[in-house]
Design a protein around this ligand. Structure first.
Ligand SMILES: O=P(O)(O)OC[C@H]1O[C@H](OP(=O)(O)OP(=O)(O)O)[C@H](O)[C@@H]1O
Ligand SMILES: Nc1ncnc2[nH]cnc12
Length: 222
């Protein structure tokens, strides 16, 4: 089993002040492992599953020990790869946006830093190439920024997971809770086939609701 890591966790939810937040590199997490929780556990940014062989083993929960293990591995990664600190510092943190108490993780500043942006994509590509991933599922909107270059580089198709009523074809949907509200995610029927390995890409995990919805959607697509 490989690690579950993430690009950025919303510090308003899980962790103390912004400076204690560090960028975590991407990694592969397979269906056999629990991936996420809404009860204080940090979640993976990316997720790969083979939902044909074991669809019922998918859980949006992660144990405390798994969480600690992921943190330790992430810290080790940060110490070993100098790109991670640079990427982390390129993400601007804006307190009280869009409402009091939210520490908004603003990745637009990362996009202005050409090296940090490229390093971000490269980290994911290095981790996920040659892993038999045929689908990169990008979560609207910020997963549309990071997902396509990763998909192209690893030779996978890109599947947009969109806000409701945006996709013109037949869709499957999943409702979920956000840090500040609720939303629904939709995916085109037929975009993903049974047996494919999918990698979910988004910029940030706060409650984990979005990631869980994406994983459920992929699971029900098979
Ligand atoms: O872990 P969660 O609590 O589910 O939150 C994480 C999600 O929230 C943000 O998107 P948002 O819904 O704000 O939409 P946007 O990207 O369109 O602004 C972020 O880009 C993730 O998709
Ligand atoms: N803290 C946060 N920063 C940026 N985007 C978010 N979406 C949900 N919570 C967020």
């Amino acid at each position: 089993m490989q690690r579950s890591l993430l690009l950025r966790c919303s510090n308003s939810i899980f962790l103390p002040p912004p400076n204690s937040h560090r960028l975590r590199p991407p990694s592969l997490k397979r269906q056999s492992a629990p991936i996420a929780a809404s009860s204080g556990a940090q979640l993976p940014l990316t997720f790969s599953q083979n939902y044909r062989t074991a669809p019922n083993r998918l859980h949006c929960s992660v144990s405390e020990s798994q969480w600690k293990q992921d943190r330790e591995m992430a810290t080790a990664d940060e110490q070993q790869d100098p790109r991670i600190a640079r990427i982390s510092s390129a993400i601007r943190v804006i307190p009280d946006f869009p409402k009091p108490g939210i520490m908004f993780q603003d990745i637009t500043t990362l996009l202005l830093d050409t090296k940090a942006f490229k390093d971000t994509i490269d980290l994911f590509v290095e981790r996920y190439r040659d892993k038999n991933i045929s689908v990169v599922a990008g979560v609207e909107a910020r997963g549309f920024i990071f997902g396509p270059p990763i998909a192209l580089a690893i030779g996978a198709k890109f599947v947009p997971m969109r806000k409701p009523n945006k996709l013109p074809g037949e869709v499957i949907s999943e409702e979920y809770s956000l840090e500040y509200g609720t939303d629904k995610m939709e995916m085109h029927v037929g975009a993903v086939e049974a047996g494919e390995h999918a990698l979910v890409i988004d910029d940030l995990i706060a409650t984990g609701g979005t990631l869980c919805a994406a994983v459920k959607l992929l699971g029900s697509a098979s």
